[in-house]
Design a protein around this ligand. Structure first.
Ligand code: SAH
Length: 336
């Protein structure tokens, strides 16, 4: 729901200020339309239904994986594709993976989103509407900004959305914003954000030469600066920054690289999440043994590390697979 449009519409009608709050509360708790908002006068509900579309996004397709993961492809009102994912765990946890942009202007070589056309930044309402879509289906309690896009390129809208997530059921402590290390946004995040929102860094390489090769953004913001900024955040908040490290066979998965990573990060400020590579074309994923050996090096160096469970791979909903089109179509597009 376009919350700015909602407010101006209510104001123009001369409605009291609390109406916007009423509408938001119903929406955040999973109401599926204005009709359900029984403490609003019927005439107002009908008027809102005509004036303020209930969602800024329309659902184009929705697929459910064998493990219960749901991936939804939305369109913005001006036609841009946006994907978001609901992960449902056996222990009852319900986690959302939200997009901050349609497509992504960065070109990380292992990520499918980087190979589709960049559309634009999403508004706070478009980000929230992804969460609200799933909230209408189930209660939700975690969110990660790990869908399409680079959150630090769209920080104001991402924060405006994140600040409303507690009303949807997702506390700040259960909200994570992930970045490649886009320094202007990252520095602002570290300096300005007071809410206990978790920070995650997509690192993927322990040295500049390799990182620049697989993540061109590293040429602009080198690894030492980015890691230093994240360390500053960890120390200021007394919470570890999560490091994402996608395991690419023969590229970044050797024991020496694990040692270099341990050296770079140290014991106190980071927690490493080793991510099995989800096939997007260019690379081979590291074997399970190779991942275990890499983790063993980190364990010996007392750097906390876990291996991320892969979910939703059969519907291309896993990390790095959001690209708003089945692979075959993408290939056809890039040939033309
Ligand atoms: N742009 C931000 C937000 C997206 S997060 C960022 O990069 O942090 C998406 C996560 O999935 C990142 O950690 C990314 O590096 C990871 N990823 C990308 N492609 C992947 C792939 N093919 N397999 C596994 N993880 C991947």
């Amino acid at each position: 729901m376009d919350l700015t449009l909602l407010e101006t519409t209510l104001r123009e009608r001369g409605e009291p200020a609390f109406r916007a709050k009423q509408v938001w509360e119903w929406t955040a708790r999973g109401a599926d339309g204005y009709e359900a908002m029984t403490n609003l006068p019927r005439a107002l509900r009908e008027e809102l239904a005509g004036a303020v579309p209930f969602s800024t996004l329309t659902v184009e397709t929705e697929r459910e994986a064998r493990d219960g993961t749901v991936k939804t492809l939305f369109r913005t009102a001006d036609g841009h594709p946006v994907e978001a994912v609901l992960m449902q765990y056996r222990d009852g946890r319900r986690s959302l993976c939200l997009s901050s942009q349609s497509g992504c202007p960065l070109t990380c070589t292992f990520c499918a989103t980087g190979s589709m056309a960049f559309g634009r930044n999403l508004t706070a309402s478009e980000i929230l509407d992804q969460a609200l879509h799933f909230r209408r289906r189930t209660e939700v309690d975690h969110a990660v900004f790990m869908g399409m896009g680079e959150p630090m390129l769209n920080l104001d809208e991402v924060l405006a959305a994140a600040r409303r997530l507690p009303d949807v059921g997702i506390t700040h402590r259960r909200t994570t914003i992930s970045t490649v290390g886009w320094l202007p946004g990252l520095t602002r995040f570290v300096d300005e954000v007071e809410e206990p929102i978790r920070l995650a860094l997509s690192l993927h390489a322990p040295d500049d030469a390799l990182r620049s090769r697989i993540m061109p953004v590293n040429d602009r913001y080198p690894l030492r600066d980015v890691v230093a900024e994240c360390r500053r955040h960890a120390r200021a908040t007394n919470r570890r920054v999560y490091v994402e490290y996608v395991m690419l066979a023969g590229v970044n998965d050797s024991p020496e690289q694990a040692r270099a990573l341990a050296e770079l990060l140290g014991r106190d400020d980071f927690k490493v999440n080793l991510i099995p590579y989800n096939p997007t074309g260019l690379y081979d994923g590291s074997s399970r043994d190779r991942i275990a050996a890499f983790k063993a090096v980190l364990d010996r160096a007392h750097v906390p590390a876990t291996v991320r469970l892969t979910r939703g791979r059969d519907i291309e909903a896993a990390c790095g697979q959001l690209a708003a089109a089945p692979k075959r179509e993408r290939a056809a597009v890039s040939r033309s």
